[in-house]
Design a protein around this ligand. Sequence first.
Ligand code: PXG
Ligand code: PLP
Length: 440
Amino acid sequence: MSAQPADRAALEAFWMPFTANRQFKAAPRLLARAEGMHYWTPDGRQVLDGVAGLWCVNAGHGRREITEAVSKQIAAMDYAPPFQMGHPLAFELANAIVGIAPPGIDHVFFTNSGSESVDTALKIALAWHRVRGDGTRTRLIGRERGYHGVGFGGISVGGMVNNRKYFGALLPGVDHIRHTHDPARNLFSRGLPGHGAECADDLERLVALHDASTIAAVIVEPIAGSTGVLLPPVGYLQRLRDICTKHGILLIFDEVITGFGRTGSAFAAQEFGVVPDLITCAKGISNGAVPMGAVLVKGAIYDTFMSGPEGSIELFHGYTFSAHPVACAAALATQRIYRAGLFEQARAMAPYWSDAVHALKGRRHVVDLRAYGLVAGIELEPRPQAPGARGYEAMVAAFEAGLLVRTTGDTIALSPPLIIERSQVDRIFETIAAILDRLP
Ligand code: PXG
Ligand code: PLP
């Protein structure tokens, strides 16, 4: 829909996040209602959700179980302070999440977003080394092209240039290993790319440069989402795990996108058979219905913090809205839906999904295709002198054709709700194919 001239002023006050505000406000794209696999615009046009909102509505929109749990909780107790006080749902939810977490990861710290989860995990890593008497380990290592949210910690370890360059010197003592994208060897790989496990050895370079005794933690996304869906090369994550273990460095998997079934397993850690020391998550934890995030922590790390005097606060960190009761209610209802078999449903759909993605090979503009679980990246050739323009136009054209996709640069990213059916997979790729055929 396009705004009437009178509407333009009404759109002014909201400074929209990660949005070209003036371009949007001149021709807004508004969503007013959602149910199942679909959104509806204010004028009643149906839009198929190809991205689970923004990688978060894994169980589909408007789930009655979640709506009811939220209504009930907000009426029963709207808010409870999380510091030196508790409420039952927080403990119940922590247990539910531990129940699907990888072995040994058995404690949960609640936050309100992925960005807060990342800052929390980095702080836990730093504090853990210090509590153990290893306080020289202060360096944090991220990866080029990584996205870890928008807090100062997250952009410091992150590797997306535009998210960093405006914001000063960032955290001191941070370094980055190289990214794994290797088009020369891995174009159009089915499943995980076969080449690039040795990219993990770049961590050895940083250990040689800084010495392991100065490094606290390494943080990576098992599948890098925001930068355009980069899959881990076969053996890469295991190699990273081995190098971290060898040097006493904590390994953090940022599973804000990959958590809660996106790959077909609860977490990518299980999917790829590599257990990190901490996992950051958010988004799908509460099906996007109420903001929430969490850091999952190995028992051995938690136990170290529990070694001081009983009456002392073990970690000077927390949010006013950590374990918010309404968020906990939404997340508990969400976890019940997941437990009923949603991840298995995603896994069963993954081969059909992957075939549909790779059937775009040879289409105009397509330079690479990447798919895993229910994620896909469709990389388009940038238009000369106008990087990102073709991607943006593809997103707008898809929306006009009744399909919500996400683009980053010239890569179309897809991550539908895990309830997607074959006919809807077909619709997504028919729509995209038609758009690619006519896109300049
Ligand atoms: N880590 C990862 C791996 C993420 O994908 C965050 C942290 C931050 O989460 P919050 O809840 O603070 O936004 C994310 C979020 C995109 C896109 O490019 C991806 C995210 C957020 C916004 C846009 O599609 N991921
Ligand atoms: N700023 C001020 C002045 C505060 O009092 C607080 C919390 O009490 C915060 C920031 C942090 O807010 P939150 O706990 O929601 O992250």
